[in-house]
Design a protein around this ligand. Sequence first.
Ligand code: NAI
Length: 306
Amino acid sequence: NKITVVGAGHVGATCAQRLAEKELAREVVMIDIAEGIPQGKALDQWESAPVEGFDSHVVGAQDYEAAAGSDIFIVTAGIARKPGMSRDDLLKTNAGIVRSVSKEIARVAPDSIIIMVSNPLDVMAQVALDTTGFPRERVIGMAGVLDTARYRSFISLELGVSVEDIQALVLGGHGDTMVPLVSYTTISGIPLTQMLSQERIDALIERTRKGGAEIVGYLKTGSAYYAPSAAAVQMAEAIVKDKNRILPCAAHLKGEYGQDGIFLGVPCKLGEGGLKEILQVELTDSEEAALRTSAEAVRDTMAALG
Ligand code: NAI
């Protein structure tokens, strides 16, 4: 099997390394327009194989022929957010990039599954869906796994309990309008609301909402990539191993959650073939309202793209 990462920048190269170290594919391909970058990074990663003990072969290329027949593409090509820049500022540039990348994917691997990472996420996933003509089962966006990971990591710090014991669900669009579902947040089954005051929970949610910006604030010259790459690779792993994991992902909705024709973060079952099922969970009135607001934000960005 073969997994290709498009964009050998911060997120893409870290994805490739994680894929190889987990041996999720026999061959891991990195593609980037920047000459020499994917080749150099891929060779460097491959040279770590004897030390780390993995046999996934990592190769880099400018040309999509190297990616022919890939089972999965993780698309990270684009421009990253700079300080003070909103995700939506990236819109037009990244849409052009994602369109050209999607055309190449459909050409060299018409049966592949796309995990979109490039921002603005929900709209870039739509661009990939429209450009490739793939069914919605094979175009999925990464956002909720990252947002949930941030939320879980903050809860872990606050409570001093293992991150592994914290289950949570963050729905909605990738951005300031994300919808963390407090009612579905548990610590080994114990509702978070029994362990923390509403005031503290609100503070953690606020930090989660601004999680991306917090990292940009520190890095100044780029945005987060360790947690984003871990999240994208977890989705790839669920698909490669047919794990039937329930993960919050951006999926193309056809009436679910009262939304039609847009990508939005919802609980998805991921396994062989990609998106197997969208799970409908009960929401409180305020969560429902927040999800509608989030959907409006995605629609506004779609409209801005024209
Ligand atoms: P980066 O700037 O380090 O890497 C982007 C790479 O894309 C560069 O190497 C660039 O040469 C390449 N590229 C540009 N046009 C291309 C094309 N037409 N074909 C192939 N490669 C092309 O950026 P970084 O930090 O890796 O972020 C990548 C994207 O992922 C950004 O859009 C960023 O906003 C997004 N992102 C999304 C997250 C999410 O939760 N969905 C989280 C983190 C980042």
